[in-house]
Design a protein around this ligand. Structure first.
Ligand SMILES: *Cc1c(COP(=O)(O)O)cnc(C)c1O
Length: 477
C-alpha cells in the first residue's frame, strides 16, 4: 500500500537533519564512522518512506541508538567470537575446535613475552621449535619421531614431496577424497610431484591390487582416511596391518593420512570406534598424519608421527620452512597435548571431546534453562524443546548421529509467515555476538550441545533484541 505522494513528502520532511543526529552520537566513535552510520540509517529510513512502508518516523533516541549500534558494529574486529548453536561440533566455518580454558594463561604468556621458541636453554644455543612438542607426541603416540606443520593438508604435501616426488604413490580409488574447500587428495598429491597410482575399484580394493601396482617406480603405499563419506554395501578395503606386511616385504614405507586423528577412543561414549593414532602405528603404519584442530581438539596444525628416519627426511625438506607453525600454535598444541597425559581428564577439559561426549540428558537440561529464560520474556514466538541430532563435523564420522536437544523458535503468526524464519535467522546471525542456528521445517533450531554454558544469556539477549527489532521492521530481506 502506497501513501499519497504529498503525504510521503510530509513524512520525509520529518526526517531529522544529519547534523542533529550526528550531535547526539556517542563521542567515543571516530567521526568518519559516526558519519557513515548516520548516513546509512537516514538513507534506509528515506527509502522505506519512499516505498510507502513507513508512516511514522521513529523517535530520535531510537535512531541514535540504531546508528550507534551500527557504528560500534563497524568498529568491532572482523574476526570475533560467535555462538555455535548448529550442533556441528567441529564446525570448520566456525573455527573447528575451541581451546581448553586452562591453557589460556600459557597462551597469553607466550604472546606477550619473548620465549625459548628456537633457543635451547640447556645448551645456550640455537634450538628447534619442534622440540617443544616432539617429546610429548612421541610419548602419547608411541612413535619414534614427530613433526608439526601448518595443517594436515601441508602434512600430506610435505610427506609426499619428500618421499614420493617423481615416483609413484599407490593409493586405493576408494580413498581419493575431496575434503571440502576444494581440497582433493589427488590434487595435493599432484602438487607434491608424486605420481598417483590408483588401484582397485571405488567400492573394492584388494591386497593383490596393491601388490600388482608395485614396481621400480613405487616410492610408498598410502592410505587416506575416508573422513567425510562412507562406502557401504559390497565393499572391501585393505587394513593397515595387511598393507604394512606388503610394504615391508618390498621395503616401502606405508603412510596413512588419518584426517581427524584421535588419541582417545570415544566408543565408551557411544561414538563409533575410529582407529586411534597409536593403534594405526601399532598396526604397522610407518607414518601417520592428522589435523590438530579436528578430533584432537587443538589449534590448526598438521601432525606427522612415525619412523625416525622418515620423519628426519621430512624435517630436512626446505618446504618445511614454508609450512612451519608459529609460536602461538605451538604453545596451544603443547598445552592441549599435555592434557592428554590423563585421558579421562582430556575428555572433560578439551571442549571438542567434552561436547561430543556430553550425555543427551545434560544437553536437554541446558535446553530447559534456555527455554525458561526465553519464555520469561513473553515474546511473540513459539518456543519448544525438541529432540535433534548433533554431528561431529570437520569431515569426521559422517554417519555418526549424536542424540541431542534443541530449543526451537517459531515466529509468531503476526509476522509474515513466508519470510519470517529466514529473517529471524538473519537477525540472530547479525547479532553481537552472532548466533548461528539451523533452520528446519520453518523453525529456528538451536542445538544446545555446541552452546557453552556462559553463552545462554547471550542467546537470550540476542533473541530478545532480534525479535524487538523485527517488530520494529528494521530488517529488510
Ligand atoms: C581434514 C583432512 C585433511 C586436511 O586437514 P587440514 O588440517 O584441514 O588441512 C586431509 N586429509 C584428510 C583425510 C582429512 O580428513
Amino acid at each position: 500500500m502506497a501513501f499519497p505522494s504529498n503525504s510521503v513528502q510530509n513524512i520525509l520532511r520529518g526526517l531529522p537533519k544529519m547534523d542533529k543526529l550526528l550531535a547526539e552520537m556517542p563521542s567515543d566513535i571516530p567521526h568518519n564512522v559516526k558519519l557513515s552510520a548516520c548516513r546509512q540509517i537516514l538513507e534506509t529510513l528515506r527509502s522505506q518512506i519512499l516505498a510507502g512502508k513507513m508512516a511514522d518516523i521513529p523517535p530520535m533516541n531510537e535512531l541514535v541508538s540504531d546508528a550507534a549500534e551500527l557504528a560500534f558494529q563497524r568498529l568491532s574486529p572482523s574476526l570475533r567470537p560467535v555462538v555455535n548453536a548448529t550442533g556441528v561440533v567441529i564446525h570448520t566455518n566456525l573455527g573447528r575446535s575451541l581451546l581448553p580454558k586452562e591453557i589460556f594463561p600459557t597462551l597469553t604468556g607466550i604472546a606477550g613475552r619473548y620465549s625459548n621458541l628456537e633457543y635451547n636453554l640447556h645448551a645456550g644455543e640455537r634450538g628447534s621449535r619442534y622440540s617443544h612438542v616432539e617429546g610429548i607426541l612421541k610419548e602419547l603416540t608411541g612413535a619414534e619421531s614427530a613433526l608439526v606443520v601448518n595443517n594436515n593438508a601441508a602434512a600430506v604435501l610435505i610427506t609426499l614431496e619428500t618421499l614420493a616426488k617423481g615416483k609413484e604413490a599407490v593409493v586405493s580409488r576408494g580413498e581419493l577424497v575431496e575434503i571440502g574447500g576444494s581440497f582433493r587428495i589427488p590434487d595435493v598429491m599432484a602438487r607434491s610431484g608424486a605420481i598417483l597410482r590408483e588401484v582397485g575399484a571405488t567400492n573394492r580394493t584388494h591386497l593383490r591390487d596393491y601388490a600388482g601396482a608395485i614396481g621400480d617406480q613405487t616410492a610408498l603405499l598410502m592410505k587416506v582416511h575416508q573422513s567425510n563419506f562412507s562406502i557401504v554395501g559390497f565393499t572391501k578395503s585393505v587394513s593397515v596391518k595387511e598393507l604394512s606386511t606388503l610394504a615391508r616385504s618390498h621395503d616401502l614405507p606405508l603412510y596413512e593420512d588419518l584426517g581427524s586423528g584421535n588419541l582417545v577412543d570415544l566408543s565408551s561414549f557411544g561414538i563409533v570406534h575410529e582407529p586411534t593414532v597409536q593403534e594405526t602405528l601399532e598396526a604397522g603404519a610407518d607414518l601417520v598424519s592428522f589435523s590438530g584442530d579436528k578430533l584432537l581438539g587443538g589449534p590448526q596444525a598438521g601432525i606427522i608421527v612415525g619412523r625416525g628416519n622418515l620423519v628426519d627426511r621430512i624435517k630436512r625438506n626446505p618446504l618445511n620452512r614454508a609450512l612451519r607453525i608459529d609460536k602461538l600454535t605451538l604453545a596451544a598444541l603443547e598445552g592441549v597435548l599435555r592434557i592428554y597425559r590423563e585421558p579421562e581428564k582430556a575428555v572433560n577439559a578439551i571442549p571438542t571431546l567434552r561436547m561430543l561426549t556430553t550425555p543427551t540428558k545434560e544437553v536437554r537440561r541446558k535446553a530447559g534453562i534456555l527455554l525458561n529464560q526465553l519464555r520469561s520474556l513473553s515474546l511473540p514466538i513459539g518456543l519448544e524443546i525438541i529432540d535433534t541430532v548433533s554431528r561431529v563435523g570437520g569431515g569426521a564420522m559422517p554417519l555418526q548421529r549424536i542424540k541431542s536437544a534443541a530449543v526451537s523458535l517459531e515466529p509468531g503468526r503476526a509476522w509474515a509467515v513466508d519470510a519470517s524464519v529466514s529473517r529471524l535467522e538473519k537477525a540472530l546471525r547479525q547479532n553481537e555476538p552472532p548466533i548461528i542456528v539451523r533452520m528446519e521445517n520453518e523453525k529456528i533450531i538451536m542445538d544446545l550441545r555446541t552452546v557453552q554454558d556462559n553463552e545462554i544469556p547471550l542467546i537470550v539477549e540476542g533473541v530478545r533484541t532480534a525479535v524487538v527489532k523485527f517488530e520494529r521492521k528494521i530488517y529488510e530481506d
